[in-house]
Design a protein around this ligand. Sequence first.
Ligand code: PA5
Length: 432
Amino acid sequence: MVNIDLTGCDPFVAKERYNGYLNKAITAQKVLEEETGAGNDFLGWQHLPSAIGKADTGALLDVVDRWAEREIDLVVVIGIGGSYLGAKAAIEALSHTFAAHIGGRGPKVVFAGENLSEDYTAELLDLVRMRNPACVVISKSGTTTEPAVAFRLVKAYLEQTYGKEEARHRIVAITDKARGALKSLSNQEGYSTFVIEDNIGGRFSVLTPVGLLPIALAGFDIEALVRGAQDAEKALAVRGTDNPALRYAAMRNLLYDQGKKIELFASFNPKLQYLGEWLKQLFGESEGKDGKGIFPASVIFTTDLHSMGQYIQEGERMLFETVITVEQAHREVTIPADPQDLDGLNYLAGKRVEHCNRMAQLGTKMAHIDGGVPNIDIRIGQLDEYNLGQLFYFFEKVCGISAYVLGVNPFNQPGVEAYKKNMFKLLEKPGY
Ligand code: PA5
């Protein structure tokens, strides 16, 4: 299971206070699991992993096979927020860092509909024209503007280039069971569709087809991912104080109440950059309401020690740090000896790069604790589908518990509507 080390918080919190927050977290866990809290009509994600069977993953893998037969080499995944970040995080975590340059498993998966930049859109269409493309369009509500604009353009290209009938085979829609423009459009056009259940919100949907289909299309093992989540579902249902989800939820709330208003998600593995983005959405949209909430930020170390490091070390003391540690690298690279040693690096000769990374991590942890930044360390063995499945479920569970300790409904996002209303008015959308 995901391991959590809270010793980096010891200098900042009194044991008795922490135990009090642990009790609050146990109460919140009960509320979450017994489905008696605010937003309890959005708890479908809780038992989702154990409900996923071979038939579900099989239906997704059929799409992979069908598109392999058509020799599809580019899949445009269209979606925004919870309809994109989980898949993006997983694919970035599991892919070769330079897959865009050296190729990789499966067709290339790219994302669209997560912004309204005209240059991005034009450049996406440049790419689509050069490849043999297909498209997965994802929108739970089926009415979100950003993906709707991107989909209209990609759909038009596919229909003009391949004809309506062939375009139909190159489009899969993932949307709500019954409502929304995407659902009616899909019914009318005869697209293959997968359903996002009503009781699963966008940012809790990575283990539905929303995340699993793009991850499978990118060539990764979704069954192993689901197995990881299933094991996490079992392990985190335990009501003991050893439960890492409870310990983490308790500690982050205690730190928040002690004035640490910002949680900095950090990793020393750049493949986790988008996991940081997924975490920011998960916690930011779930907790930031009613004038409350830990502000989530993310960094990649050691890279950002050379940009954000100064602030973290000596800026306003309102931060705590949650580091996601991958214990084993997949590859080994050893630093060579150099007879001249002009760069003075021979003291590292024969050492692995990962050894340097570990020492950097340890040194950073000590420096930041000395500088007044509590440190939470969340550890997985290695970066693979199974562990990623565990991490996704772990953070979802922590988020639900933590938000109930904070006293907010984690499953709504009323604030997101404010910009939309203004934008619709400015765009002269009928009815605004
Ligand atoms: O977590 C959420 O619910 C949101 O971030 C949504 O995922 C996002 O707004 C996209 O919504 P939709 O899938 O309805 O297009």
